[in-house]
Design a binder for this molecule. Sequence first.
Ligand code: NAG
Length: 205
Amino acid sequence: MKSLALLPIIFTIAFSSPFPLEIISSRSLSSRGLSCPPGGTLPSSHLNPTLMVPIAASAPNHAFGGTQTPIITPNDFCTIFDLSIPPSGVGKTCTLEFLFPALGQTLTPYVYIGEGHFTFTGYAFGSGATEETTYNNQPPAGPSPPTPPSVLAPGHAYTINVGPCGIQPGASSLEVSGKLCSNDTTFSYYQNDNKCPIGFFVTIS
Ligand SMILES: *[C@@H]1O[C@H](CO)[C@@H](O)[C@H](O)[C@H]1NC(C)=O
């Protein structure tokens, strides 16, 4: 259980209020006039994640529950993102984006340390994480984005996947989900759709 000793530290970074990061936040306050990265804004009809659940290889049976502050650490913490496609997606195209403003472009502080290599792993359509999900009890495997970016760096907006929304006529919703992991980067942020938005979003077109 040695690895569990680190958890309080990680909790402090990831799950406490953003106030310990106030210095970063107030620095960006002074530059609030800056524009978002190209493509880094959202239409009013965007979808936010419905649930975000960290899992950790070092604590494989621990359920961290839902958070607004996803955390990724090198080869350990990943965060699972659930999204719910509504009936308006029938016959439409869904675009999964990761919006990542630079610190000066967002009022939301974040921690980003490392080379920035990330992986996206999809789960089966119609499945997703719950508050009880653990590393050892992840949703069933499913299709992953075919050509995701391999690097996420501040100051960019990334398209992770584009495809049919998949929701069938008559269905009330379709849950889609996937996890974000990294082999070399510690990343934790507050998912937020205020200007400039940061995190995973789906737009329907
Ligand atoms: C992480 O993965 C990338 C490929 O996605 C690779 O280029 C890089 O060397 C890896 N870094 C480490 C520390 O393993």
